[in-house]
Design a protein around this ligand. Structure first.
Ligand code: WQD
Length: 344
């Protein structure tokens, strides 16, 4: 019998790729999304990729009564994967109250309703930004959570504490917290990918739009960091590798593969790549030059962070497989498909 899963933010970048992997694993998926940073055409892309059209309802997780109605009509939802949140580090510095309201209230609404509708588990989309600037790299899950350098990162820290305290208080559900590093790339079928509304905040969509001529040049936010080439270092992971980890996590909770009620995993490749190295990897992989200019640092940016993925590798049996060059090629293929369709 197909298990039914709710995916909040399921028309978003990571959400849509996760829906495809959930469907491939035999789950029935219900998507809710307020379409603030995506559009409903993504549902068509999911169907073209997986062959299965997920149920979709335009709904904001801030709307608690709307959520209650949803759970009442879509009976049998056993688990939730919660992606719906604002997620741009730089933007959060300028809009802190909007980030705290959106990212915290939505989680509280879901946790409040889970016991009422006997929903057994929630996979929470967290982030390596909870580590701040780690003292030791690669960073492990037991690294101290340091004061966040951005309101976005702080909302993820607070959300993790809310989940921990709720489970400690005995609320009847489990949770697996997944701390993403930097998801990039697109499904090889190029029917889904990263398509933020407006000017991209993240490096790779801005890079591919620059390569396509949509943007005149890429700004590299600083080359005076304490790194080999002076630019920031991140752990860039293929979004499909990341999506597959969510299915493993949901299986683990619903099949009671562990007695733990709360687990935390880093989802990264374990390889640190600088901004300049990433640009050069893109140019090498695609043969397309990217015009860029070194500018000042971006407030809220962490200097260098990459994962020790050993816990996820050993406990979940999950490993990121794609190289950064192949991942960038998938991002470029997606950008070309958008151009073919006249979307960008
Ligand atoms: C990467 C690097 C920038 C844009 C992201 C998500 C966040 C979280 C962690 C999941 C930085 C530099 C960027 C540009 C640049 N993911 N950069 N020029 O800030 O690491 O955070 O991953 O939860 O949600 O935002 O990603 O792509 O914005 O930046 O030089 O035009 O690229 O300074 O060093 P970031 P990013």
């Amino acid at each position: 019998m197909k298990q039914k899963i709710l995916v909040t933010g399921g028309t978003g970048y990571i959400g849509s790729h996760t829906v495809v992997e959930l469907q491939a694993a035999g789950y029935e998926v219900v998507i809710i999304d307020n379409l603030s940073n995506s559009n409903e055409a993504v549902i068509d892309g999911i169907e073209k990729t997986s062959g299965i059209r997920p149920a979709f309802l335009r709904l904001d997780c801030n709307d608690k009564e709307g959520l209650r109605t949803l759970f009442g009509s879509h009976t049998g939802i056993r688990g939730i994967i919660h992606f719906a949140a604002s997620k741009a580090v730089g933007e959060s510095v300028g809009k802190p109250l909007a980030y705290y309201r959106n990212n915290i209230v939505t989680l509280l609404n879901l946790l409040d309703l889970m016991p009422e509708f006997k929903i057994e588990g929630i996979v929470f989309s967290s982030s390596c930004t909870v580590y701040g600037q780690p003292d030791i790299l690669p960073v492990t899950e037991d690294a101290p959570v340091k004061p966040a350098l951005s309101p976005y990162g702080n909302t993820k820290q607070i959300s993790e504490e809310i989940i921990r305290d709720a489970i400690h208080a005995g609320l009847p559900f489990k949770s697996i917290i997944l701390r993403y590093f930097n998801p990039i790339g697109a499904h090889p079928g190029a029917e889904i990918g990263e398509l933020p509304n407006g000017v991209p905040q993240n490096l790779v969509p801005f890079l591919t739009q620059t390569a396509m001529g949509i943007r005149t040049e890429l700004s590299v936010f600083g080359n005076d960091y304490n790194t080999p080439d002076g630019s920031c270092i991140r752990d860039y992971i293929h979004v499909v590798d990341l999506a597959k980890a969510h299915v493993i996590a949901m299986d683990r909770m619903l099949e009671n593969k562990t007695d733990e009620k709360l687990e935390i995993f880093n989802l990264g490749t374990g390889i640190g790549v600088s901004v300049l190295e990433l640009i050069h990897a893109f140019e090498k992989g695609t043969g397309v030059k990217v015009p860029y200019r070194i500018v000042g640092r971006r407030e809220g940016d962490i200097e260098k962070v990459w994962a020790n993925p050993g816990h996820a590798n050993s406990v979940l049996g999950w490993t990121a497989h794609e190289t950064v060059e192949d991942t960038l090629i998938s991002a470029w293929n997606w950008q070309k498909k958008l151009r073919e369709r006249g979307i960008q």
